[in-house]
Design a protein around this ligand. Structure first.
Ligand SMILES: CC(C)(COP(=O)(O)OP(=O)(O)OC[C@H]1O[C@@H](n2cnc3c(N)ncnc32)[C@H](O)[C@@H]1OP(=O)(O)O)[C@@H](O)C(=O)NCCC(=O)NCCS
Length: 200
């Protein structure tokens, strides 16, 4: 099973849109991320050392690897076009099972941005990318992220708890997931406000 290949994706909700990440997002994202422990302390990734790292990464918003395809989207304010953060769905090594990860700029927290972005990502994955499961791992203590997932119907599986190295220490993380069946039962015929999804 291989992941369908997107050539273009833009999905809009009420407040945010997901669109392909671009090289031109790198400078803004770097300013928001570099040295920002409020965000980076909760990610496995330690953040970029220089802006070119982000340029290269965002230029490959669709990254085809021998083990599967990963997608990287920008989260943007729908009305103003402001860059708010990023969201990835990674299928590498686990076709059909999308590993969802995200961050939102700290000055926009608490406005429902991540909750809506995950909803849009679920729609994209389950409706168009043949996902059978979406999952996310959350460091213990990251209650805001756990809440984002629960609000989107994700369920915690304690058997999926694990530890991962972060900053030279082992950090405990929680495992949340939602199946396509649970997503369909929850969302019914819900559609985003606007979408452009082109598959190869
Ligand atoms: C986690 C994160 C993405 C949330 O983004 P956001 O746009 O502020 O999220 P939302 O506003 O959609 O929802 C946050 C929810 O968490 C709740 N929340 C916030 N801080 C909380 C806390 N300390 N304890 C419990 N709940 C909390 C909010 O009240 C809200 O729930 P509600 O709508 O029921 O009130 C953002 O804080 C972030 O980028 N953090 C750093 C990176 C990160 O953690 N990424 C995820 C890795 S798994």
């Amino acid at each position: 099973m291989s992941t369908p290949l997107l050539v273009a994706a833009l999905v809009e909700g009420e407040r945010v849109r997901l669109r392909e990440a671009r090289e031109s997002d790198a400078a803004t994202a770097f300013d928001l991320l570099h040295g920002n422990h409020d965000v980076l302390d909760w990610l496995i990734w330690d953040g970029p050392n220089e802006v070119d790292e982000l340029r290269e990464w965002y230029a490959m918003w669709r990254n085809d690897t021998p083990g599967g395809t990963n997608y990287h989207f920008a989260i943007e304010d729908r009305a103003e076009g402001t860059f708010l953060g990023t969201l990835g769905i990674r299928f590498e090594g686990h076709a059909g099972q999308g590993d969802v990860g995200y961050w939102v700029r700290s000055d926009a927290w608490g406005r429902g941005i991540a909750t809506e972005a995950v909803r849009l990502a679920n729609w994209l994955g389950f409706r168009h990318l043949q996902s059978v499961l979406h999952y996310a791992t959350v460091f213990v203590g990251n209650d805001a992220s756990a809440r984002v997932l629960v609000k989107n119907g994700y369920v915690e599986d304690e058997a999926g708890a694990s530890k991962v190295a972060k900053g030279g220490e082992l950090v405990e993380r929680r495992f949340f997931s939602i199946s396509r069946r649970a997503w369909a039962a929850r969302e019914g015929s819900w559609e985003p406000r606007f979408s452009v999804v082109e598959l190869e």
